[in-house]
Design a protein around this ligand. Structure first.
Ligand SMILES: Nc1ncnc2c1ncn2[C@@H]1O[C@H](COP(=O)(O)OP(=O)(O)OP(=O)(O)O)[C@@H](O)[C@H]1O
Ligand SMILES: [Mg+2]
Length: 246
C-alpha cells in the first residue's frame, strides 16, 4: 500500500536520508523509530508530501506522491503531533473542516458522519467543546477523527503518544490498533516510545543516521543485541526489570 524506493534527501550538502527502501502492506501497522536526528521527521514529511525528496519514489496505493501529489495525498490522513487542532473552532468544526471544504454536505449527513467518527474514537458529548476544554488524550482522539473524516486508506501518525501520561498513552495505542482492525487502514507511526512500539507494531523500521538499520518483525527486533538497537532494547529491558522489582 505504501512503497518507498531509492529515497534520498539532502539539506544543502548534508544527506539526511540515504537510499531508503521499504514497503508497508495494506492493513499493516509499521512503526518508524530511530535515534534522534536519524531522519524520521524528514521521512514522514516526504511521505506526506510536505517535502519533495532529492531522489526516489514514494507510492501510495500505486500513486506517486512525488509526481501526482494531489491524487496520492487524498489517500493519506495525517494525525499530527500535539493534535494540531484549530483552537478557536469547536470539536465539530475541527472534525468536519476538511469535509466541508471538499464538498457540500447536508446538515443531516454532517450530524450522522460526526456521530459515527466520534464514536469510532471513543468520544461522547464533546461536539460543541473547544480544544482548550479537552484533555491531551481527548485532543489526540479529535485529531484522529478529523483525519478519518476524509476516509483515507493510509494514516500517518507523528509521535501519537508524546506528551501523554502512560495510561492515556496506552489508550491511544489501543485506539490505533482498533482503528486499523475496524477500518483495515494501513498505518505508519513515528514513535520513540519503546513500550508503545511493541503494543502496536506489526513491522518496525529503525532509522539511524539516515539509513535503515532494521526492517522486520517486533520479535526479530527484540532479538537484536548489538549497536544502537541492542542498546535501546537493553535499556528497555532493565527498566522493566526495575519495575518488576517494585
Ligand atoms: N530544514 C532542515 N534544514 C537543515 N537540516 C535539517 C532540516 N531538518 C532536519 N535537518 C537535519 O536532518 C537530520 C534528520 O533530522 P530529522 O528531524 O528528520 O530527525 P528525527 O529522526 O526526526 O530526529 P528527532 O528524533 O530528534 O525528532 C538532522 O541532522 C537534522 O539536523
Ligand atoms: Mg523528529
Amino acid at each position: 500500500m505504501v512503497s518507498v524506493s531509492g529515497l534520498s534527501h539532502r539539506f544543502d550538502t548534508k544527506w539526511v536520508l540515504r537510499d531508503i527502501e521499504f514497503e508497508v502492506a495494506a492493513g499493516e501497522i509499521a512503526v518508524i523509530m530511530g535515534s534522534s536526528g536519524g531522519g524520521k521527521t524528514t521521512l514522514l514529511k516526504c511521505i506526506s508530501g510536505l517535502l519533495r525528496p532529492t531522489e526516489g519514489e514514494i507510492l501510495v496505493d500505486g500513486v506517486s506522491v512525488v509526481r501526482d501529489p494531489d491524487h496520492a495525498l487524498a489517500k493519506l490522513g495525517l494525525v499530527f503531533q500535539y493534535a494540531a487542532l484549530f483552537d478557536s473552532l469547536t470539536v465539530e468544526d475541527n472534525v468536519l473542516f476538511g469535509l466541508r471544504r471538499a464538498r457540500k454536505v447536508a446538515q443531516s449527513e454532517e450530524k450522522e458522519i460526526l456521530g459515527r467518527l466520534l464514536e469510532q474514537v471513543g468520544l461522547e458529548d464533546v461536539e460543541s467543546k473547544l480544544p482548550s476544554e479537552l484533555s491531551g488524550g481527548m485532543r489526540k482522539r479529535v485529531g484522529l477523527a478529523r483525519a478519518l473524516c476524509m476516509e483515507p486508506q493510509v494514516l500517518l501518525y507523528d509521535e501519537p503518544t508524546s506528551g501523554l501520561d502512560p495510561v492515556t498513552a496506552y489508550s491511544i495505542d489501543r485506539l490505533i490498533v482498533e482503528t486499523r482492525d475496524r477500518l483495515g487502514l494501513t498505518s505508519l507511526v513515528v514513535s520513540h516510545d519503546v513500550s508503545s512500539i511493541f503494543r502496536v507494531a506489526d513491522r518496525i523500521i529503525f532509522l539511524h543516521q539516515g539509513e535503515i538499520l532494521f526492517n522486520g518483525s517486533p520479535v526479530d527486533f527484540r532479538a537484536v543485541q548489538d549497536g544502537p538497537i541492542g542498546e535501546l532494547i537493553g535499556k528497555a529491558r532493565s527498566e522493566s526489570l526495575e519495575l518488576a522489582d517494585l
